[in-house]
Unconditional design. Sequence first.
Lengths: 116, 110
Amino acid sequence: DGGITQSPKYLFRKEGQNVTLSCEQNLNHDAMYWYRQDPGQGLRLIYYSQIVNDFQKGDIAEGYSVSREKKESFPLTVTSAQKNPTAFYLCASSPTGGGSSYYEQYFGPGTRLTVT
Amino acid sequence: SQQGEEDPQALSIQEGENATMNCSYKTSINNLQWYRQNSGRGLVHLILIRSNEREKHSGRLRVTLDTSKKSSSLLITASRAADTASYFCATDASRQNFVFGPGTRLSVLP
């Protein structure tokens, strides 16, 4: 059963704590992405990675960090420096080759993070 | 402002009617994609149209692309209650990633 998994589905944290969101894929995709979605809004790109051990900042990277030590995994850490971390976080992956924008993105089910 | 913006923001129709939503973008693109998102879920890819294509079909979906007007439309024919979702267009800001618009919320009433 191939796909992208994100865990947990719901996550609650106290302000000032770092929290790590998990994203795993078994689609053998090279590229992985993290997006943030606020209520009634579109998706904003946080970080993306085209290959293992390499990643790039997206539009709203401040207060977030990522790692890509394995092809299958792309965890996102929401640090205490992120001013407004409560949001819905979506992970995605896509094949590459000729530029990944020529391929569809496969999305995980998302993690809803609430920080109080 | 966003690279891709959908219009209208929200749309309510009766089951069986057609639904049309539009996407406008600002800079040249290589391709444009449409995605669907059911409430509280991840996005699902619907269709990709390349910049040298003008129209594409997939089941009850029809997508058009007008690069001279920098716009695309998604038509869902004979809508069903299960089509209720948010629909997003995504344009390739570069060859490496996408920019998503704010979406159109479609409600199909039984």
